[in-house]
Design a protein around this ligand. Structure first.
Ligand code: GLU
Length: 473
């Protein structure tokens, strides 16, 4: 029987959860779910100086927001130094590693010679077979892996195919530093082994590490996990992803008004495909995801595509959920305090009523919020120039007549409002648009807005009539 699939997401908390990391996490999560396995989380916080609590929280929050949570407790790599050391000692004891006393000066000279001879800088193995009795006094050694000098290391990669490395190019890497701390390469291998990881899915910038790590596995007689190195995400111009092109933290996407389900759907399509399908529910992603359909060339990040996808998910979303999702978008606005006060003073109720109509017309929650601002704007409304034009001529008289009808309505319902406006247009011999345009201008200060009946309903009778009266004859 094949063992249960265990994947892992192993971020270094030196920055936030950026879009590439989020995709790596998603792929690991989908692969695990698809195979009925688990995805474990490992925080690679061994770089104590650069790892911050803030970054760890941002990564965990980002994953939670995206709905891709790890199974079981997260493991913190920094807490496992003793175990890493124990494994290094075990390698030493079995003769698969050795103590190296080469000084910094000697290493520098080695690099210089290599550069002068046009060779890549490699440690020359000078302590590999030397007798420990020759060790200089007072020098703390590092421990190096006794890597094979000849032959090849082959990574049967699930995305890249068979990747071959000549062992002569992989020198005797340090596994334990002279202060007894493990190197990254050793820590990753020991942790993946101890966590029972069967499948490593990560960016292809780790491919060379994979070869070195594979040597450590072999020296320990541990099975090498399956590996899949996925191409990095590039910008729309094909260059490495820059901030301008979307290399941002997941929390920034949240503040810009993207929905987690939209971002997730967008991310799964960045590098993975299933025919020409674009939209995938979570269940469908889990059912269909496989590493064989991950492409070998870098995916290109495309903001316009993400926006369109987000618009789709906004139209499908529950309006109440959209209202909740607006929180971080509001927090990110320059006038957040005033905005919150306006929402508390009745704006939220208006927003809730207008929400379905607003959601039809926006691609992000930020855009939706901007489009909703008229709902709590102070009277008399500031008029856009084009809107002002719609209030010329007969318009004020029509507005006055409409207000009289609104005042007489027994109930302020969508049906009653619509019937009243239509009846007035018909009796006045006007097309509905001719009545709706000045109404829209008076109610929103703009020429574009949600449907006019929705606007009237959302504002409530008192506010709507007051705005109309401001512009009526
Ligand atoms: N901590 C590494 C990173 O953030 C990932 C290590 C791995 O996946 O093996 O790039």
């Amino acid at each position: 029987m094949k063992p249960k699939v265990v994947t892992r997401f192993a971020p270094s908390p030196t920055g936030f959860l950026h879009i590439g990391g989020a995709r790596t996490a998603l792929f690991n999560w989908l692969y695990a779910r698809h195979h009925g396995g688990e995805m474990r989380l490992r925080i690679e916080d061994t770089d104590r100086a650069r790892s911050t609590k803030e970054a760890i929280d941002a990564i965990l929050d980002g994953l939670t927001w995206l709905g891709i949570e790890g199974d079981g407790e997260a493991l913190y790599q920094s807490e496992r130094a003793a175990r890493h050391r124990e494994v290094a000692e075990a390698l030493l004891a079995k003769g698969a590693a050795y103590r190296c006393y080469t000084s910094a000066e000697e290493l520098a000279a080695m690099r210089e010679t290599a550069a002068a001879e046009g060779r890549p800088p490699r440690y020359d193995g000078r302590w590999r077979d030397r007798d420990p009795s020759e060790a200089p006094a007072g020098v703390d050694p590092v421990i190096r892996l006794k890597a094979p000098l000849e032959g090849e290391t082959v990574i049967p990669d699930l995305v890249q195919g068979e990747v071959r490395f000549a062992n002569k190019d992989l020198d005797d890497l340090v596994i334990l530093r002279s202060d007894g701390s493990p190197t990254y390469m050793l820590a990753v291998v020991v942790d993946d082994h101890d966590m029972g990881v069967t499948t490593i899915i990560r960016g292809d910038d780790h491919l060379t590490n994979a070869a070195r790590q594979s040597l450590i596995y072999k020296a320990l007689d541990w099975p090498v996990p399956e590996m899949a190195h996925i191409p990095l995400i590039h910008g729309p111009d094909g260059a490495k992803l820059s901030k301008r092109h979307g290399a941002l933290g997941v929390e920034t996407y949240r503040a810009m008004g993207y929905l987690p389900e939209a971002l997730r759907n967008y991310l799964v399509r960045l590098g993975w495909s299933h025919g020409d399908d674009e939209f995938f529910s979570t269940e469908a992603m889990i059912e269909l995801f496989d590493l064989g359909s991950v492409g070998r060339s870098p995916a290109r990040f495309d903001f316009a595509k993400l926006e369109n996808m987000n618009g789709h998910y906004m139209r499908e979303a529950d309006p109440a959920a959209l209202l909740d999702a607006l929180g971080p978008v509001i927090d990110a606005e320059e006038d957040a305090p005033a905005l919150k006060a306006a929402l508390d003073a009745g704006g939220r109720e208006r927003l809730a009523i207008a929400m379905p109509s607003l959601a039809e017309r926006a691609k992000t929650l930020k855009e939706l919020l901007d489009n909703a601002r008229f709902l709590w704007a102070a009277r008399p409304l500031a008029m856009e120039e084009k809107a002002q034009k719609l209030l010329d001529g007969e318009a004020p008289a029509h507005l006055a007549a409409l207000n009289a009808r609104f005042a007489a309505l027994p109930d302020w319902t969508a049906e009653a409002i619509e019937a009243a406006v239509r009846a007035y247009a018909e009796e006045a011999g006007l097309k509905l648009g001719k009545v709706a345009q000045p109404l829209r201008a008076a109610l929103t200060g703009s020429t574009t807005s949600p449907g006019i009946f929705d606007v009237l309903l959302a504002l409530g009778r008192d506010e709507a009539m007051a705005r109309i009266a401001d512009q009526a004859a």
